[in-house]
Design a binder for this molecule. Structure first.
Ligand code: C2G
Length: 131
């Protein structure tokens, strides 16, 4: 029974997020998702997400393909999260291509193609320019 883990912010949840979670779930039997905290996002992107970490985690947890959700507090803890959650496969979108190859010693690492033409950043821009 393969356990799959993936990570993300999932801010302003959109179909690109849904696609990667559904495709990740199909690679195993148990999908675990690390939702990055507001604090981690601020440190990565110098802005807080539009939706709070609780809202983002609740949306992801409500999906039929997701078994378990936890908060990703730090990028440096990825190895620990993979081990703690006994993940056999780590999945990320191919915008992260090669970035997580260092974990190939403890799990399979798979990069899936991103859904074209949609992103949180683009959605924010569209809404901004419409107002
Ligand atoms: N994604 C996708 N297609 C899109 C947009 C996003 O497949 N059009 C994927 C990303 O590749 C990622 C996941 O959806 O695997 C979540 O994307 P983000 O919320 O943008 O996550 P990110 O901020 O990249 O956080 O530790 C890693 C980070 O937590 C990843």
């Amino acid at each position: 029974m393969a356990r799959v883990i993936t990570f993300g912010t999932f801010d302003i949840f959109h179909v690109g997020h849904l696609n990667i979670l559904q495709r990740s779930a199909e690679l195993g039997e148990h999908l675990i998702v690390g939702v990055s905290t507001d604090k981690l996002n601020f440190s990565k992107k110098q802005r807080y997400p539009i939706c709070s970490q609780e809202s983002r985690a609740n949306i992801v947890a409500a999906l039929r393909c997701v078994e378990q959700v936890f908060f990703e507090e730090s990028l440096e803890l990825k190895r620990q999260y993979i081990i703690e959650h006994r993940a056999d496969i780590l999945v990320m979108g191919d915008d992260w291509q090669g970035k997580f190859d260092e974990f190939k010693d403890i799990c399979e690492v798979i990069y899936l193609p991103r859904t074209p033409s949609i992103s949180t950043t683009e959605l924010i821009e569209i809404v901004k320019s419409a107002s």
